[in-house]
Design a protein. Structure first.
Length: 425
């Protein structure tokens, strides 16, 4: 896959988070659809787009060399929900904006101080490749066949003129949309507020931001992930700088109704009573995290071939490793709870995770049919025995990047879509 196509693949990847609010045709199996034999297929993540939606790009899931991500230590579930209410929000880094971006500083949040990020110099806009000049057709002296052939060649060359090249800045701005979403989700769950307003770069405030009621172990896990995700926003903003040629503003983010709609569709359009919300309890917030973390790993994996700068490639590789730890920790915590815990809606964690995984699988198959499962839940069958499935890999221990056919458009968690050149394309 050439660089431009792979950029589009990554570009539309993140829109999984935005496509959850769209309609999905057909019924989805809520249990058992995600179990794989030990020789199972490669793991490919899907943007949650309704079947028949605007997926685009090339097929195939780019096989990468190393598997991304390991399993972090899972946090157990328990009581002590009062611990969440007592957790103060640490001060987040206030990224120093360039003169062209007006950023309103948020009130200082107590607790650990994160380092202020100094914007990196802005990167120049790439110079578009020149359009190929058409060569005139031969004169009447040529035979009719030769004349016709000569006239077609320059027309084809002009039609195939390349578009503006995709830059490293475009790729990282796409990743920044994902980090904005994850950082706000975890920060809201732990502290009840969005990330520091100075980091929005003029973007709108998120909706549905609610502090959760979690046990001490789960709260500790979420707090650590929240701090990592805020650091990722700072890392990318600092690498890109601010201003017209720097980091994009935060997109519109929905952390309320989008979750309820996505879970209802995962349960065959059956709205849970009460409606699903991530802040209700341990099981709910871990299941909500499951929507994001598995997909984030494959998103960064698919981005690697599109990055030319070694410095930025090192940054992306580092973030990919951390996202892999996060995904493993969330899957481990969900597996430990298993069928012993139910959400406020009465669904067990195993049922909920299986429904979410089956939902993603159905959307992937609708966008690009495959011979085997493309998504994996928390259990798998090995020689007729159900076993935990903490690491969603194939029989070779590797994962696959997501294909462009399995991507979607705006909506859901990102109602107005993503910001940046790739999203616009």
């Amino acid at each position: 896959m050439n660089k431009a196509k792979r950029a589009v693949a990554l570009g539309l990847t993140i829109a999984l988070f935005s496509s959850l609010a769209g309609d999905v045709n057909g019924s989805l199996t809520t249990t058992g659809a995600n179990e794989e034999e030990s020789g199972g297929s490669r793991f490919s993540r899907t943007l949650l787009q309704p079947p028949g939606g605007p997926g685009s790009g090339t097929g195939g899931g780019n096989r990468m060399g190393g598997g991304g991500g390991g399993g972090g230590a899972g946090a157990g579930a328990g009581g002590a929900a009062a611990a969440a209410a007592a957790t103060p929000a640490p001060t987040q880094p206030a990224a120093t904006p360039a003169p062209t971006v007006a950023a309103t500083a948020a009130p200082t949040q107590p607790a650990a101080t994160q380092p202020a990020a100094t914007p990196a110099p802005t990167q120049p806009a790439p110079t578009p490749a020149p359009t190929a000049a058409a060569t005139p057709a031969p004169t009447a002296a040529a035979t009719p066949a030769a004349t016709q052939q000569a006239a077609v060649v320059p027309q084809q060359a002009a039609a195939a003129a390349p578009k503006a090249p995709i830059t490293d800045r475009d790729v990282f701005n796409l990743a920044l949309n994902l980090e904005y979403l994850e950082a706000n989700f975890y920060w809201c769950a732990v502290y009840g507020t969005p990330i520091n307003q100075s980091m929005w770069l003029g973007g709108p405030a998120p909706t549905g931001c609610t502090k959760g009621n979690f046990s001490a172990p789960v709260l500790a896990l979420l707090t650590e992930i929240a701090q990592d995700e805020v650091a990722h926003v700072t890392d990318i903003q600092q690498a890109l700088g601010t201003g017209p040629n720097g980091a994009v503003p935060m997109p519109q983010i929905d952390l309320g109704g989008a979750f309820a709609a996505a879970v209802a569709r995962a349960f065959n359009q059956t709205a849970l009573v009460p409606a699903f919300g991530y802040a209700a309890d341990d099981a709910s917030v871990l299941a909500a995290s499951f929507f994001f973390e598995d997909v984030g790993v494959t998103a960064y994996l698919g981005a690697m071939p599109l990055i030319s700068s070694k410095t930025l490639l090192d940054l992306a590789t580092g973030i990919l490793g951390v996202e892999g730890y996060h995904a493993g920790a969330i899957r481990s915590a969900l597996s430990n709870i298993g069928a012993s815990k139910t959400t406020a809606n009465g669904a067990t964690v195993t049922e909920l995770a299986s429904a979410i995984s089956a939902f993603r699988e159905a959307l992937s198959q609708a966008a690009k049919p495959a011979a085997a499962d493309l998504d994996q839940g928390l259990t798998k069958a090995v020689n007729g025995v159900t076993e935990p499935n903490i690491f969603p890999t194939g029989s070779d221990g590797l994962i696959l990047a997501r294909t462009t056919e399995q991507t979607g458009g705006k909506g859901g968690f990102l109602p107005a879509g993503l910001n940046g050149a790739i999203a616009a394309a």
